[in-house]
Design a protein around this ligand. Structure first.
Ligand code: HEC
Length: 89
């Protein structure tokens, strides 16, 4: 009986540890993505990806705020995408 409890406990702890490590790895992978990659993956979900040359820098700031809400992006992701789009004009 005691042995079963120990096996069960170590399974629970082991799974928890793996989930913790995997969770951090996924967050880090997203944090490492460039603005161009985030733009390509996110903006295509609802409409064609607008080209950097389509709007002025000031317009991209506003569009960034607007699409941040639509696409549920983090502040960091949004500023990377906006910075990428602003280099194109
Ligand atoms: C969840 C869906 C969704 C995602 C994801 C999305 N958009 Fe949009 N986008 C819309 C909709 C809907 C409109 C039409 C205007 C409105 O009603 O918001 C729009 C309009 C636009 C426009 C027209 C100008 C404006 O602000 O209305 C631009 C430019 C644009 N999106 C850029 C982007 C970029 C860049 C991204 C990626 C960061 C993005 N969108 C991601 C839904 C989305």
């Amino acid at each position: 009986m005691k042995k079963i409890k120990i096996i069960f406990l170590s399974l629970v702890i082991g799974t928890g540890a793996i989930m913790l490590i995997e969770g951090c790895a996924a967050t880090q992978a997203i944090a490492d993505k460039s603005g161009a990659a985030l733009w390509g993956e996110n903006c295509i979900r609802c409409h064609n990806t607008p080209s950097p040359a389509d709007f002025s820098d000031a317009q991209w700031e506003t569009i960034g705020m607007h699409m941040r809400l639509r696409a549920s992006l983090t502040k960091d992701e949004t500023s990377k995408i906006v910075a990428f789009l602003q280099t194109g004009n």
